[in-house]
Design a protein. Structure first.
Length: 138
């Protein structure tokens, strides 16, 4: 598992180095700071990332690679995860209310206790996923 605590990242705005928590609060798009405070992580490679308890409300994670990521108790309300790869991700207690998961790969994810109310799952691959009720999807 990859731990992101203590890692410094160079922001595209100002070119200064910041810790993940600072970037987490400010959120940048590829070109400028997002005026709505929405995280733009479209296409990001977050394989194996530890995002336990992350608040990514409305985040754009379309096409992102979150294979094996730990998103236990993360809040992804209204997030855009269309086409994202979440295979083998741990999504226990995650809030995905109103999220767009169209075409997402949710193979072998653990969704026990997750809130999927109003989420769009059209075309999503749920093979061998453990669903919110604890049952395995086939």
């Amino acid at each position: 598992m990859i731990r992101l605590s203590g890692i410094l990242l160079k922001s595209e705005e100002g070119g200064k180095y910041e810790d993940l928590q600072s970037i987490y609060r400010k959120t940048y798009t590829r070109d400028k700071k997002n005026q709505d405070g929405i995280y733009d992580l479209a296409g990001a490679n977050l394989t194996g990332a530890n995002l336990t308890g992350a608040k990514l409300i409305g985040a754009n994670l379309a096409g992102a690679n979150l294979t094996g990521a730990n998103l236990v108790r993360a809040n992804l309300t209204g997030a855009k995860l269309a086409g994202a790869n979440l295979a083998k991700a741990i999504l226990v207690g995650v809030i995905l209310a109103g999220a767009n998961l169209e075409g997402a790969d949710l193979t072998r994810v653990t969704l026990a206790g997750a809130d999927l109310s109003g989420a769009t799952l059209a075309g999503a691959n749920l093979a061998w996923a453990i669903m919110p009720n604890g049952e395995r999807h086939s």
